[in-house]
Design a protein around this ligand. Structure first.
Ligand SMILES: C[S@@+](CC[C@H](N)C(=O)[O-])C[C@H]1O[C@@H](n2cnc3c(N)ncnc32)[C@H](O)[C@@H]1O
Ligand SMILES: [Zn+2]
Length: 358
């Protein structure tokens, strides 16, 4: 196999070519971090992720790999050596491996939910002032409300299964990590949060301090979504009655209501991307630019077609046209990476509906 100039073998180990974009995005993120990072690729499979991190970025001082499947661990060692990456390869289970190890950056890329690994990952930073987590979740059906009981059981949150479910889902994941981090007196700063295809990818900086940890509590709350009239809002508490139409809204949470991305991190990633010749260079640039626009906006968006359907407006306007008319009405309006037909805006459903008709 080949990915971004790295040749590697996959054998019977897991390799998903659809995660190529995610690995490039993640490698840009790694490159945006400070110098001298010790990195653990904790679920390495063939090792392609960690090998790319190490080959593409100058700021990594060391990289190790953990993989519990025998054949994959052997291949990972072969692939790392074959690409001139000097690393320790550990054929072991991630949580037990981390009992007495410490790294600056942990890559958590398991099958399905990352939840069973978050405690051990955060715990490994306990003697440090800060640390970085890169976390993949492919149990998006759970986080997005297709299996609400599983979401309650695993993430201790009520999910949403409507219009803005991807954003609600990634915010539930962030809340989960923050709650575990808070137990160890860390607060979280999301550096970038990506929703794409079947997966979520979140990158966080953990910072020690009771003030920082308490700050997370104030960034946690609920999304209220009324499927009857399309009203949505966020708050520290749930709500029994929609303030717009009086019907019973859906309530999702607790979830993370703070920012999803860190502006300077995205800027550094944009700059690195412009210097690299990634296969997804243009798409990466577009995603990073849209993410910049999401900063400072409400923790939800409007999906144009769903809202038009709800309000009986046909045909739906184009995203660009709608952005323009909302801005002409002095509302803030930005596209969102959660949906190509989604708009983040500070307009409420009434004003949004008016712009849809304009
Ligand atoms: C989704 S794949 C990783 C893909 C890889 N990071 C990439 O980008 O190609 C997950 C890998 O983690 C391994 N794995 C699953 N649970 C693990 C655990 N608890 N500890 C260590 N390895 C684990 C699996 O054997 C599998 O190879
Ligand atoms: Zn309503």
């Amino acid at each position: 196999m080949e990915e971004e100039g790295i040749e590697f073998e996959t054998g019977k180990s897991f390799y998903n070519p659809h995660m190529h974009f995610c690995r490039s995005f993640s490698s840009l993120l790694v490159g945006s971090l400070p110098e001298g990072l010790s990195v653990l690729d904790g679920f390495s499979a063939s090792g392609i992720r960690g090998i790319r991190y190490a080959k593409e970025n100058q700021n990594i001082s060391s990289i190790d790999f953990v993989e519990m499947q025998e054949e994959a661990a052997a291949l990972c060692g072969k692939n790392a050596a074959g690409n001139g990456v000097s690393a320790e390869i550990h054929e072991q289970e991630f949580n037990s491996f981390l009992m007495d190890r410490h790294y600056d950056f942990l890559e958590i890329d398991p099958f399905g939910s990352p939840a069973p690994h978050i405690y051990h990952a955060v715990r490994s930073f306990r003697n440090k002032k800060s640390g970085y987590l890169s976390i993949t979740a492919t149990d998006t059906a759970v986080l997005c409300g297709a299996h609400p009981d599983a979401c309650k059981r695993v993430y201790h949150s009520l999910p949403l299964h409507d219009e803005i479910f991807h954003e609600a889902g990634i915010r539930i994941l962030l809340k989960y990590v923050s709650r575990v981090a808070n137990e160890f007196n860390f607060g979280i700063s999301p550096l970038a949060s990506l929703s794409r295809r079947h997966f979520f990818k979140i990158f966080l900086k953990l910072e020690k301090g009771s003030k920082k940890a308490l700050g997370d509590f104030n960034s946690t709350g609920y999304l209220i979504f009324c499927s009857a009239c399309g009203h949505r809002e966020s708050g520290r508490m749930g709500m029994e009655t929609c303030p717009m139409c009086g019907k019973k809204p859906s309530v999702a949470g607790p979830l993370w209501l703070g920012e999803l991305h860190h502006p300077e991190t995205l800027e550094k990633m944009e700059s690195l991307n412009s210097m690299r010749d990634y296969a997804h260079k243009e798409e990466l640039a577009e995603t990073l630019s849209i993410m910049q626009g999401e900063i400072g906006m409400p923790p939800w968006f409007f999906e144009i077609h769903k809202t038009c359907g709800r309000l009986g407006i046909q045909p739906p306007p184009k995203t660009k046209t709608l952005l323009k008319s909302l801005r002409e009405e002095s509302f803030r309006a930005e596209p969102t990476h959660f949906s190509p037909i989604g708009i983040k805006t500070d307009a409420d459903i009434t004003a949004f509906g008016k712009s849809l008709k304009a």
